[in-house]
Design a protein around this ligand. Structure first.
Ligand code: SUG
Length: 417
């Protein structure tokens, strides 16, 4: 089979909760202390995957990580039972669901050795995410063990923050053609942290062996970070030759657009003007945290969260755009509200990998029957709700650990235990 784009979604883990851990992520901060619904959250994720399979797209999964992360707490000289806050909540977070932050991916056509390169992200800026990389790396090494086709890299040293594919875009004539890789970084961020450091992006580009002449390092606008766009994928998304972005996404958009068009003449930029959709509306609605996909029958679709339809100005703009002559003609809406309340939209929940499915460990690829099995496991084992005060209850911990064990056994992935 030829190279195709595969979306690997993070299955929402049984410890999903709202601890308000991600400063600069407005939705997560606003949800702090709310009751969470892990079972519904995970089933919403399955619903999105089913939707995308029915569009004819290829789908994969990554597994929830072991929570609480007892090894991380041990390295900090404590245990979950004794951990002072916020360490306990950080060890308990289900944040690995946002697979767009697991790694940066450079598909085979872009790299010097003709292999697909993946670098796990260190996620060092947020304590609750800084310990994800070890298990992400294990899953990547297992799923993409075929060294003829894949090269897996450990995170870059955490002197420099790296948040993975959420700050990386690839533009190309077709998925299997050599692309232009765009690494977006932040500098100051005002009150909020700029999580992606340019030195980390440069290191990933070097490790992957992408052609320096076809690689751009682009600065995210200070205004976007200050408005709550803690990752570039909150204000921009690309697919093949199309860049869909907010007018204020980049610090020097004219320079960026010109460089992109010089490298890829087919480039089409669909820009949303700030006077019709403000940065605040973009962050509230997650219009850009859509999956922009190429449909098997041709043309592109945006897979948007319900919140985009509910934000009047955003929906009006989208409908006018889809009715026009541009490359994006279809709007699909999915319900991922539980993840959205932590600032994770449809695009955050997936890592895109361009590869031949036959070269990937089949246990990480899913069809509808496999999704049925995963959903049955979620129905049986995921807690229905978690109130903040329950986080430390031994009964809940036992259920969460048993739930992950049941999923590993359902997927025949005992080596991740
Ligand atoms: O890192 N939220 C995640 C959301 C990640 C979204 N990913 C992309 N944009 N690609 C984050 O801010 C909230 C968890 C809490 O507060 O309990 C959280 O980590």
């Amino acid at each position: 089979m030829a190279l195709v784009e595969i979306n690997f979604d993070g299955i929402v883990g049984p410890s999903h909760n709202y601890a308000g851990l991600a400063f600069g992520n407005l939705a997560a901060t606003a949800s702090k202390g709310a009751m969470s619904f892990p079972r519904a959250a995970a089933l919403q994720g399955i619903g999105k995957m089913r939707h995308n399979l029915r569009l004819g797209l290829v789908q994969g999964v990554f597994l929830p990580h072991a929570r609480p992360n007892r090894d991380w707490l041990a390295a900090l000289g404590t245990t979950f039972e004794d951990a002072p806050e916020p360490l306990g909540a950080a060890a308990f977070s289900a944040s690995a669901m946002w697979a767009a932050n697991a790694a940066t991916v450079s598909p085979a056509p872009d790299t010097a050795d003709g292999r697909c390169h993946l670098t796990a992200a260190n996620l060092r800026t947020m304590a609750h995410r800084s310990h994800e990389w070890l298990e992400s790396l294990s899953q990547l090494r297992l799923a993409f063990a075929n060294e003829e086709h894949f090269a897996i890299h450990a995170p870059v040293p955490d002197t420099f923050g790296d948040e993975g594919a959420a700050n990386h875009m690839r533009l190309c004539a077709g998925h299997d053609a050599a692309g232009v890789e765009v690494f977006v970084y932040g500098v100051r961020g005002g009150e909020f942290p700029a999580r992606q450091h340019v030195e980390a992006s440069r290191a990933v580009a070097r490790l992957h062996g992408v052609d320096p002449a076809r690689t751009l390092f682009v600065r995210q606008s200070e205004a976007a970070i200050a408005a709550g766009a803690f990752h570039n994928d909150v204000v921009a998304v690309a697919n093949e030759h199309v860049l869909f972005a907010h007018e204020q996404a980049f610090e020097d958009k004219d320079g960026f657009y010109a460089a992109l068009k010089a490298l890829l003449s087919e480039t089409e930029i669909v820009e949303v003007p700030a006077d019709l959709v403000s940065l605040d509306d973009a962050v509230r609605s997650y219009i850009f945290n859509a999956q922009l996909v190429t449909l098997p029958e041709g043309g592109m679709a945006l897979i948007l969260p319900e919140e985009a339809r509910e934000t009047e100005r955003v929906w009006a703009w989208l409908q006018a755009m889809a009715a026009g002559n541009g490359p994006i003609r279809r709007l699909c809406v999915v319900d991922v509200r539980q993840s959205m309340a932590n600032g994770g939209g449809p695009a955050c929940l997936r890592l895109r990998i361009v590869a031949d499915p036959a070269t990937i460990d089949g246990r990480f690829l899913v069809d509808e029957a496999q999704l049925d099995r995963i959903a049955a496991c979620i129905e049986a084992f995921w807690p229905e709700r978690i109130a903040p005060a329950e986080l430390a209850e031994p009964g809940l911990l036992g259920r969460i650990e048993a739930a992950r064990a049941a999923l590993l056994s359902t997927l025949d992935l005992a080596e991740l235990a």
